[in-house]
Design a binder for this molecule. Structure first.
Ligand code: MOS
Length: 784
């Protein structure tokens, strides 16, 4: 049932040669995706006797349910059951969140009590023979509430602010690792040039095209869940805990994922409810939530506020950096992204301080959303850096150059590699930055004010422990198996490329299977770790196979390779070859090594992993390591973002007209996929800067624009020419293959680059995203 590549539909490379790591390669599953044969989690909709569920969610954000009249719902023909807090109560256990070494997006359990903690909370689930009957039943449920005044967001009465525990490393006390060095307040006060500004980023939702869904079926006490996931082993173990059953009795099938972005990294409340209903009714149950329900039954990116203080000398060198962040979260949970871990460590600066605060309001719990800490925190930092460049009358690229460093400033830990300035130089050249007149409002194209801005991009190089099985058949076909997640990134193609490179077989002889928790476990597909974690473990399994073939070949009396150095033998072109030109067919090598297929299982532990990391991987609680979380070094990929905007001189309409990004992210496994993904990140970055925002009704703590009609996103006409440049980079320290990962690198920096370009176009500094025309109206016109 796993997702796999399809032998017959993948055209063989013309020269029949095995491609190497780094060959620009079309996706092995491309045909399946564009012809519709690829199946997504939502596509498992025709189990025999399938019942359908529909959610009823709360109208109020805070209070109690005083009555639920189920009779009108149960009267709808086809309605089978109505689940409320009276049905569930403590029968579904609250899950542990990631911070608690768990899997959930929230500690709030579904239908646990009559208490309402946020608008859009699940208050009932109606199950029926058809989707339509379930929906009608859910609409007919009469729920009455005793409502209390909710706190919606920052500055709302009743919102509670607390100092967040710093994002401490595992095993450290909270606060022990707060980024702080020197006397930042004193150095700031004494600095010749000072920037002290506040910035704000909005609520955003992932808005994946595939809705939140789940299908559950029980058979002989065993549960199978079909749900798109970034964390199958987490879902499996988390569901087992919630339902009080063994994890070995749960199987999660997550084939192609129709949009992830962090949304499907943690287990949401609906999944256990669907599993519970299926067990209660003795029938498979499928839930497909509506888009607006998706805004509240799962996670989102919370709104943030920042105060950034930068003190510098006239030479531009930072003398003080103080970054404070405020993040909204729910009442019971303390989820936060805490981006000061990175924002305090990328520039040389002797005096650094930081603090993160969580603001508890009557909201659903936020969670991971693409580049979670870097997106808000680097909008603030990189806007402030631009403001500092303006105050110094210094080119913003040169400001980054004078503050560049190969060691982070807090503990002096070295970066494994860092090509921030080469990225700036490459992107500046491609962009034509040298032709920029730095005076705001100085560049114009007819009625349009033109502005150029730039900013730093970066993303931690994270890895998790990983396992994989590789099987080489006597016919020379290879099967690669790992419970990885195809979240749109092309992981199957990356793994096929590594296998082709190492075993010397053509792509069409390789079958990659992912998407099933019965396969050897892979880490959560988050933090841009998958390519690094999984390519390395598959390479290890391939090396095990090569070594076994080589060992058998050199030992074989009378064989062509008898007596050769086994370590020097390589696989290529369906042959096992020695450096001296001797060779034997792959088929002979296989039959010498094994009577049947040669199978290798491999495990990989990343640098900095705890000894129990593999055991935890099987338990579904993968701790990713990397970035600024290592005790001995810094692991990051870097990039530089350049943007041209045009602001209409009279209407203040803002358009992005050009974007150039240059990136260094270690070894690139598949440059074709990498470029597409980075380009997608740049587009998302422009979207966040100019369009996206979930609007909140402050009186009722409800989201207004909870659909794709009103949640603004760019269409093709809003997306300008995008150039994506990949710089070569060798980093042998990050992992054996030198892979850094880049899924989340492409959008970081765009928010600030756009704001900086808008300032250059207009002389108006917008410190609150998104940058829309109304924020530029009424401001003094730029000098023209
Ligand atoms: Mo991502 S937000 O690490 O899926």
């Amino acid at each position: 049932m796993a997702v796999s590549t399809n032998h017959t539909s993948t055209p063989a490379p013309k020269d029949d040669a095995a491609p190497a790591i780094g060959a620009a390669t079309s996706r092995v599953d491309g045909r399946a995706k564009v012809t519709g044969s690829a199946r997504y989690g939502s596509d498992f909709n025709n189990a025999p006797n399938l019942a359908h569920a529909y959610l009823h969610t709360s109208r109020i954000a805070r209070g109690r349910i005083t009555a639920i009249d189920e009779a009108p719902a149960r009267a709808v023909p086809g309605v089978l059951d109505v689940l409320t807090w009276r049905t569930i109560g403590d029968r579904i256990k609250p899950g542990k969140t990631f911070k608690q070494k768990g899997y959930m997006g929230t500690t709030m359990a579904p239908l646990a009590s009559d208490r309402v903690q946020y608008a859009g909370q699940i208050v009932a689930m109606v199950v029926a023979d058809t989707f339509e009957a379930a929906r009608e039943g859910a609409h007919r449920l009469a729920v009455t509430y005793a409502a209390e005044a909710p706190s919606a967001t920052f500055d709302s009465p009743g919102a509670e602010t607390e100092v967040a525990e710093s994002s401490s490393k595992e095993g450290e006390e909270p606060g022990e690792d707060k980024p702080k060095v020197g006397d930042a307040a004193g150095a700031f006060a004494a600095a010749p040039v000072q920037i002290d500004q506040r910035y704000e980023t909005p609520t955003q939702h992932h808005n994946t095209i595939e809705m939140m869904h789940s299908t559950a079926a029980w058979s002989a006490g065993k549960l199978t869940i079909w749900e798109s996931s970034q964390n199958m082993h987490g879902f499996r173990n988390g569901l087992a805990e919630q339902l009080g059953i063994d994890a070995s009795d749960v199987r999660v099938i997550s084939p192609y994922v129709g949009g992830a972005f962090g949304l499907r990294g943690s287990l949401s409340q609906h999944t256990a409810l669907v599993a519970f209903a299926a067990r209660k009714l003795g029938r498979p149950v499928r839930l497909e939530a509506t888009r607006s329900q998706g805004f509240t039954i799962t996670t989102y990116r919370a709104e943030t506020r920042h105060r950034v203080r930068l003190g510098a000398g006239r030479d531009g060198k930072l003398q003080a950096l103080i970054h404070e962040g405020w993040e909204v979260t729910s009442r019971p949970d303390s989820y936060k992204v805490a981006g000061t871990d990175a924002s305090t460590r990328i520039y040389a600066c002797p005096n650094v301080d930081s603090e993160v605060y969580t603001v508890h309001a009557d909201r659903n719990t936020p969670g991971f959303m693409r580049s979670p800490p870097e997106i808000p925190y680097f909008f603030a930092l990189e806007s402030a850096m631009d403001e500092l460049a303006v105050a110094l009358n210094m080119d913003p690229v040169e400001l980054r150059r004078v503050n560049d460093t190969m060691k982070e400033p807090i503990k002096g830990l070295p970066y494994t590699s860092r090509q921030l300035m080469p990225a700036f130089d490459a992107a500046a050249k491609a962009f034509g930055w040298a032709g920029r007149d730095p005076r705001p409002g100085s560049m114009r194209d007819g009625d349009w004010l033109v502005g150029w801005g730039c900013a730093t991009s970066l993303y931690p190089t994270n890895m998790g422990p990983a396992t994989a099985r590789v099987t080489l058949s006597p016919q020379g076909k290879v099967k690669v198996q790992t419970a990885a997640h195809e979240i749109g990134t092309g992981i199957m193609t990356a793994l096929a490329l590594v296998t082709a490179d190492r075993l010397g077989v053509a792509l069409d002889a390789i079958l990659v299977e992912v998407g099933d928790s019965d396969l050897p476990p892979a880490p959560v597909a988050g933090g841009s770790n998958s390519t690094a974690s999984l390519c390395n473990v598959v390479a290890k399994a391939c090396e095990d196979i090569r070594a076994r073939l080589a060992g058998a070949a050199v030992a074989a009396e009378g064989g062509a390779l008898h007596g050769a150095d086994p370590a020097a033998l390589t696989l290529a072109g369906d042959q096992l070859r020695a450096p001296d030109g001797r060779a034997e067919p792959l088929a002979d090598a296989i039959s010498r090594a094994s009577p049947g297929a040669v199978e290798a299982y491999a495990e990989n532990m990343p640098h900095g992993a705890k000894p129990d990391a593999l055991r935890n991987l099987y338990k579904g609680t993968t701790g990713l390591v990397g970035g600024a979380k290592l005790k001995d070094r810094m692991q990051f990929a870097f990039g530089a973002q350049f943007v041209e905007v045009q602001v209409h001189a009279r209407t203040r309409e803002v358009r992005a007209s050009r974007a150039v990004g240059a990136y260094a992210a270690g070894r690139i496994v598949n440059p074709k996929a990498a470029k597409s993904q980075l380009m997608g990140g740049q587009i998302w970055g422009l979207s966040a800067a100019l369009h996206e925002s979930t609007e909140i009704d402050r009186r009722h703590a409800r989201y207004y624009n909870d659909d794709l009609a009103e949640y603004l996103m760019p269409v093709s006409a809003d997306v300008p020419a995008i150039e994506t440049i990949l710089l070569p980079e060798d980093d042998a320290a990050v992992n054996d293959l030198g892979i850094k990962g880049l899924g989340e690198l492409g959008n970081v920096g765009l928010n600030a680059a756009v704001a900086n370009a808008v300032f250059h176009a207009t002389g108006v500094r917008i410190r609150e995203l998104p940058i829309r025309m109304e924020k530029l109206l009424g401001e003094p016109a730029a000098r023209t």
